[in-house]
Write a protein that binds this ligand. Sequence first.
Ligand code: SF4
Length: 202
Amino acid sequence: MDLTEEIGDVLYDYGRGLYANITNRCPCRCEFCIRNMTDALGSADSLWLKREPTVEEVEKMLKDWDLSCYDELVFCGYGEPMERLDDLLEIARYIKKNTDLTVRINTNGLSDLINGKETAPMLEGVIDAVSVSLNQSDAEKYNDLCHPEFGMDAYPAMLKFTEDVKKFVPRVAMSVVGVIPTSDIEKCRKITEKLEVPFRVR
Ligand code: SF4
């Protein structure tokens, strides 16, 4: 049995990006989460992993994959990649050492709460870009939409992580999903202006 059959779609592509889906774990239950709607994404048939791949298994998959048509490796998938911070950094180091790809993390920004420590400094020199899901304009609305297991601590922790990570990662951006009201999108835009990071409605 090959690794994809045994584990599921760990790598999949979408445009010029190669995506690494390394965990199903996530401390949120966002109402818009794609995992409530479909298993398939990009070139992947199903992003639900039967088990988490080891670092060595991901590196082997990357070695066997033709990387020549991609610009970046993006940690993203059906779970929150920062749930596996140490493994993610090891895979990112492998990419930086062996390829020309840049490395981005798409995250809910709750890494400090997940890992119980300040995590932004750990990304220095390894990660090129971080995209944080802002999702709503205040903690109460965020909780109603994303149901984080950390409760009201989640929203301020996500904002703090974003502020912190700007010191260690060259490109930081924030996004919201287009399902929230336009007035909230505008409030979110103002938050990102204060944080001095680019803003995107996805
Ligand atoms: S943080 Fe991301 S993976 Fe987790 S529930 Fe929300 S949208 Fe889904």
